[in-house]
Design a protein around this ligand. Structure first.
Ligand SMILES: [Zn+2]
Length: 320
């Protein structure tokens, strides 16, 4: 009589063991909230020359209530930013005026530029020192994307077959018009809508455009634009460090549930506050509705596709 009991007992143990193993398997919600640790592409960083008014400036309280101490010099900006890039496994970064830092990190830096004439930019590209036209920000001067003075930049981007990054909201600090009237006085909320790009996208259908800082709070207009024009990508810089987590989640979820998860790219818009790169990464990792695959799309895969990286280069980044 002993044997059947033993079998029953062993069976129960096995069953219990299996149940326990089931228990130890991560639940799907746990899998979703896993942190992404692979390579990252930052689509939006700035290098400044000495004398920029943002050096030493404390960023005014963001909508989530945080302030950031600014670095005080061009040297500190470069050193601290490159350090943060390395710490976070940021393997590529589009840096506006990136030629200033290029020799320090040629493997990482993709050079962006825009505040020049079209001819100067074309020459710069010919010399191999221009990879992306960004950041195009006529917004600060109260000028829209389809203004006669701006169209040649889109034409050049299409001609050279390089991406163009266009500034809309929420770039520029909250209340910037009032806090820094000399510097940001031309900002107007009514000029910040991404739909200003529509006529341009019809005129230059092959241009590779990415909307910088993701066009919050115009999420519905952004969805309309992305629905109508398959070549429009966005970076989620600034929104990932100024918005409260709940608002960021609502914004991102709205885009992803609409089916645009494969055109959203990580960016920081680091200017003189290198720590915002860390905050931006954390905010995406803390968006607990995202699967690890969706995080990988945002942090790396979508940008690698947008920038046309070869399979070889992608493998090199992923293995590293
Ligand atoms: Zn920027």
């Amino acid at each position: 009589m002993k044997t059947p009991f033993l079998i029953l007992f062993t069976g129960l143990l096995l069953l219990f063991g299996c149940k326990n193993q089931e228990k130890n398997k991560p639940l799907s919600s746990e899998r979703q909230s896993q942190n992404y640790t692979g390579p990252i592409i930052d689509m939006h960083i700035h290098a400044f020359v000495e004398g920029n008014p943002l050096f030493g400036m404390t960023h005014p309280p963001t909508l989530r209530g945080e302030t950031y101490e600014g670095v005080i010099s061009d040297k500190e900006q470069k050193e601290k930013t490159l350090e943060v890039l390395q710490k976070n496994n940021i393997v590529k970064a589009i840096v506006t005026s990136g030629q200033l830092w290029y020799d320090d990190a040629p493997e990482t830096i993709i050079i962006g530029d825009s505040n020049k004439s079209v001819d100067e930019l074309r020459n710069q590209h010919q010399e191999g020192n221009l990879h992306v036209i960004a950041e195009v920000a006529p917004f600060y001067g109260g000028i829209l994307a389809d203004d006669e003075s701006i169209l040649p930049y889109f034409e050049l981007a299409q001609e050279l077959n390089i991406p163009l990054g266009f500034h809309v909201f929420p770039g520029g600090p909250n209340y910037g018009i009032h806090l820094m009237p000399d510097f940001l006085g031309g900002m107007r909320a009514y000029n910040a809508n991404p739909l200003q790009l529509e006529n341009v996208l019809v005129q230059y259908p092959d241009v590779k455009v990415y909307i910088m800082h993701g066009a919050w709070p115009y999420v519905e207009d952004l969805k309309a634009l992305m629905y109508a024009h398959p070549n429009v990508y966005i970076d989620v810089s600034v929104v990932n460090w100024i918005l409260p987590q709940e608002e960021f989640n609502a914004y991102l979820k709205s885009l992803i549930s609409a089916g645009f998860g494969n055109r959203i790219m990580f960016g920081s818009d680091q200017m003189t506050w290198p720590q915002v790169i860390n905050v931006g990464i954390e905010t995406i990792n803390n968006a607990d509705f995202l699967t690890l695959e969706q995080k990988e799309d945002i942090f790396y895969d979508n940008a690698a596709k947008f920038l046309g990286f070869s399979e070889e280069e992608i493998n090199k980044h992923k293995i590293r």
